[in-house]
Design a protein around this ligand. Structure first.
Ligand code: IDC
Length: 443
């Protein structure tokens, strides 16, 4: 009696399942139950540094895919990602380390009544992750844009130091490596103040030597890591660059002689002219410094500051410096202070074909402090991405100010944890991850 009831229930359940299948409520792989094909057609479609993009052919009845990675071909594969979508057949690994060769395998998975089943892993594909300098090589400027060794447009994203005399501890090999491997940073700017406390032009000769050593060491570190480095003559209270022109000339002569064969060195010759300094005055200074650099280094990218704290790119676009290749012009913004009107200046200059490099920006106000304006910060990112304009965020330090990327009191000088990052730092890392996840996919 009881048995018959069980049979009746079982057959009722069977019919019920059958009906569900017919109306399509139960997904196909349950009907197909058992096994999934191995993924085929896996290949690397690599376009940007520090990342690898995989694509593959879809497998019938899969619910999603699993990505496995190893540094050896035949063993050591670890699952690094589960993609819970049957229709996504591409994935970008931006947690990869430049210089490293990886092997990737992809497997399909399906949700069955009895649990999840996985198909066999694909045959391994190999990818050597390239650093920014390996990928892009010698940079130059063409038709108002920064381009790579193949004349393809390049948009670099990175970080500026704080004053090198004040926070030198955060600029070291491990710090650069952390920024490269974990944040995707491709360029580092070394801000060497000229006239503020312990600046290059006002400090002791010992201080000057220390600054020069810091720059020399960092240029070497950046070379090993395949990162670009901007050497920034950080004028500020000395509003007119002509004030310390003789020192600037000697400094850039020494550096361009030393780095004439390096691919990764970029010169920024006057951070932010201000105090009424005119474009004519900046131009006259720039011509002297550019001529000096070009005597030794014939092709390095040189960035020229623009009037009013490097804001008047629209004016400069009407009268750029002629007679030299590979020149760019600095534009700086602080998102909580500079909004639509300043974006218009960039649009005007970019449309006029002026090569712009945002060597400094913040997401707080122009004092480097105050509240963050994320809405404006994102509007700026959108604009820079639209024109492919490269940028560096101000600043890598633990100073108690909003623009500092590390929380004040942070002792760690590399390998930062999330809790070491300030709101500016967190915003930057998030922006970089988003940017790395989308570069190359749409462009
Ligand atoms: C600020 C620093 C701050 C320092 C001050 C004066 O964040 O700690 O006390 O300089 O030396 C710039 C300048 C840059 C400023 C930054 C924020 O290039 O040196 O750094 N800023 O005020 N231009 C616009 C903003």
């Amino acid at each position: 009696m009881r048995k018959r009831k069980v049979y009746a229930m079982a057959s009722f359940f069977g019919i019920f399942l059958f009906c569900l299948c017919i109306v399509g409520v139960i997904p196909k792989k349950v009907q197909a139950a058992g096994r999934l094909e191995a993924v085929t057609g896996v290949r690397v479609a690599q376009k940007t540094p520090n990342t690898v993009k995989l694509v593959w052919k879809g497998v019938k009845a899969a619910d999603g895919y699993e990505i496995y990675r190893s540094t050896r071909k035949d063993s050591g594969y670890k699952k690094i990602k589960t993609i819970s979508s049957a229709t996504t057949h591409t994935w970008r690994d931006y947690g990869s380390v430049p210089g490293q060769t990886y092997y990737y395998r992809v497997a399909a998975y399906g949700n069955q009544v009895g649990g999840m089943i996985s198909g066999a892993k694909s045959t391994p594909v190999k990818a050597k992750i390239l650093s920014a300098v390996e990928q892009y090589g010698t940079l130059s400027v063409k038709n108002g844009k920064l381009v790579d060794k193949n004349q393809k447009e390049v948009q670099l994203k990175g970080v500026s130091s704080h004053g090198l005399s004040w926070f030198p501890e955060f600029i070291n090999y491990d710090a650069l490596k952390t920024m490269r491997d974990e944040w995707g940073v491709e360029v580092i700017r070394l801000a060497m103040y000229t006239e503020e406390y312990n600046g290059y032009c006002v400090g002791s000769s010992d201080n000057k030597k220390q600054l020069e050593k810091k720059i020399a060491d960092t240029v070497e570190d950046a070379k090993k890591l395949g990162m670009y480095v901007i050497i920034d003559w950080h004028i500020l209270s000395d509003g007119n660059p002509q004030k310390n022109q003789a020192q600037a000339k000697a400094f850039f002569k020494k550096l361009s002689q030393r780095y004439k064969d390096e691919k990764h060195v970029i010169y920024e010759i006057c951070n932010e002219p201000n105090g009424g300094t005119t474009w004519a005055q900046i131009k006259s200074y720039a011509k002297v410094i550019i001529k000096t650099i070009r005597t030794y280094d014939t092709d390095a990218v040189i960035i020229v500051g623009t009037p009013t704290w490097s804001q008047d790119v629209d004016l400069v676009a009407k009268d750029p410096i002629k007679g030299y290749d590979n020149l760019m012009y600095a534009f700086h913004y602080y998102a909580a202070t500079h909004t639509d009107w300043f974006r218009q200046k960039v649009e005007t200059a970019a449309k006029a074909g002026l090569p712009i490099f945002v060597t400094e920006y913040g997401i707080c106000d122009a004092s480097g402090n105050g509240a963050i304006d994320k809405k404006q910060a994102d509007a700026w990112v959108k604009l820079l991405d639209k024109y492919g304009i490269s940028s560096c965020i101000w600043n890598l330090s633990n100073k108690s100010e909003t623009s500092a990327m590390l929380v004040s009191g942070c002792k760690r000088t590399s390998n930062w944890k999330k809790s070491d990052l300030s709101d500016s730092g967190k915003w930057f890392v998030k922006m970089m991850q988003k940017s790395l996840a989308t570069v190359g996919s749409g462009k």
